[in-house]
Design a protein around this ligand. Structure first.
Ligand code: CA2
Length: 149
C-alpha cells in the first residue's frame, strides 16, 4: 500500500522555533522515523511539504491512482482552506488529519477544521507521535477495507 504524507505551511520550521508548542524534532527527523515505521508495516511512504496552498491542492489532485491513503497535517490551512477540502473530497482517497498540538486547547480559530468531517480520523496533541499514531490508524483502516472488498 502506498501512503502520501502531506505537511502544510511552516512545518518546515519544526525543531527550529517554538519548541514549547511544536516540540524539538525536525520535519526531516519525523519523516525519517515514519519511513522506518512504514517499512515495518509493509507500506511505501512518500513525503511532501509546501508553504503554498495551490501546491498542496495539486499534490492531492496528482495523488489519484497513485496512493491508497493520505496523512495530512495541513497546518494553518486546516482552518482556512476550502480549496484543500474540495481537493481531498474529490480525490476520494481515504485520509487522516493530524496535528502536533491539541488544536482544541488553543485559540478558538484553531477549533474549526475544514477537513475533519470527511477524514477517517483525527489525531491531535501528541507531538511527533501524532504522525506515528495517524499512520497506524490509516494502515489499520486500509487493511480492514481490503479484507471487506
Ligand atoms: O499542531 C499542528 O500540527 C498545527 O497543524 C500546526 C500549525 C497550526 O497553524 C495549526 O493550528 C496546528 C502551525 C505550524 C507552524 O509550525 C511551526 C513550527 C516551528 C516554528 C514555527 C511554526
Amino acid at each position: 500500500m502506498r501512503i502520501l504524507l502531506i505537511n502544510g505551511p511552516n512545518l518546515n520550521l519544526l525543531g527550529q522555533r517554538e519548541p514549547g508548542i511544536y516540540g524539538s524534532t525536525t520535519l526531516q527527523a519525523i519523516e525519517a522515523d515514519l519511513q522506518v515505521k512504514s517499512k515495518e508495516l509493509g507500506l511505501e511512504l512518500e513525503c511532501f511539504q509546501s508553504n503554498f496552498e495551490g501546491a498542496l491542492v495539486e499534490t492531492v489532485q496528482q495523488a489519484i491512482g497513485q496512493f491508497d491513503g493520505i496523512l495530512i497535517n495541513a497546518g494553518a490551512y486546516t482552518h482556512t482552506s476550502i480549496a484543500l477540502r474540495d481537493a481531498l473530497i474529490s480525490c476520494s482517497i481515504p485520509y487522516v488529519e493530524l496535528h502536533l498540538s491539541n488544536t482544541h486547547s488553543r485559540e478558538p480559530f484553531r477549533h474549526q477544521s475544514y477537513i475533519s468531517d470527511r477524514a477517517i480520523g483525527v489525531v491531535s496533541g501528541f507531538g511527533a507521535m501524532s504522525y506515528t499514531l495517524a499512520m497506524q490508524g490509516l494502515c489499520d483502516y486500509l487493511l480492514s477495507q481490503s479484507k471487506v472488498n
